[in-house]
Write a protein that binds this ligand. Structure first.
Ligand code: CO
Length: 217
């Protein structure tokens, strides 16, 4: 039976190293968190938010689920976004897809994997919405294209949420971004889905989708 002793030992080493390199680090975080960024990403163990962008505890507020989906009725995601935007006043919310996402792959193929099929149905909607682009692409590129389209589509969902609509109506300075992460090289790419307010959301979305379609594969 596992007792996690190895993890507790690793944790003690990590905490000691943090305190050694940045004395007072933990006590400085005690009073309040004030992260500038929110990350909405996949639960995949290969896509850890803080490590990828080199940020310490306290610097990024994170929500992760299977295949980085934001559904208008998902109280978990919406509550997290609301807390980040209204309470923490984050400046940037990034939706980060990743290549090699098994959730996206299953959605692309229509594979049946169980309960999660119902969750991945949202990505099948993305696939169906952009069927022409995906079907005319070379077969080896289709999963990557759907990973990118899914990230862009989820940024649109965040933009259309009451949380962001209300924040922008109040004049709050908060920007949405769509990105995709490469498991093969560790690099983040900007998908040019950058939304800063209620105006022009549709045209930004259409241009981001068109840019995905124009990318050589
Ligand atoms: Co994934």
């Amino acid at each position: 039976m596992s007792d996690l002793n190895d993890l507790f030992a690793r944790n003690r080493n990590w905490a000691a190293e943090m305190e050694r390199s940045r004395p007072g680090f933990f006590t400085s975080l005690l009073s309040q968190q004030k992260p500038r960024y929110m990350w909405i990403g996949c639960s995949d163990s290969r896509v850890p938010a803080n490590e990828i962008i080199g940020l310490a505890p306290g610097e990024i507020f994170v929500h992760r689920n299977v295949a980085n989906v934001v559904v208008h009725s998902d109280l978990n995601a919406l509550s997290t976004i609301q807390f980040a935007v209204e309470r923490l006043q984050v400046k940037d919310v990034m939706v980060v897809g990743h290549y090699g996402c098994s959730g996206v792959q299953a959605a692309l193929e229509g594979a049946r994997i169980g309960l999660a099929d119902n969750w991945l149905r949202h990505i099948q909607d993305v696939r169906d919405h952009h069927r022409a682009m995906i079907e005319t692409a070379p077969e080896h590129a289709r999963a990557n294209i759907l990973c990118e389209l899914n990230a862009v589509e989820q940024v649109l969902n965040v933009a259309q949420s009451t949380v962001l609509q209300d924040a922008w109506s109040r004049g709050q300075d908060v920007t949405l971004h769509g990105c995709v992460y490469g498991l093969h090289d560790g690099l983040l790419q900007n998908l040019h889905m950058r939304i800063t307010g209620n105006d022009g959301i549709e045209s930004i979305y259409r241009e981001a989708v068109a840019a995905i379609g124009r990318t050589p594969r």
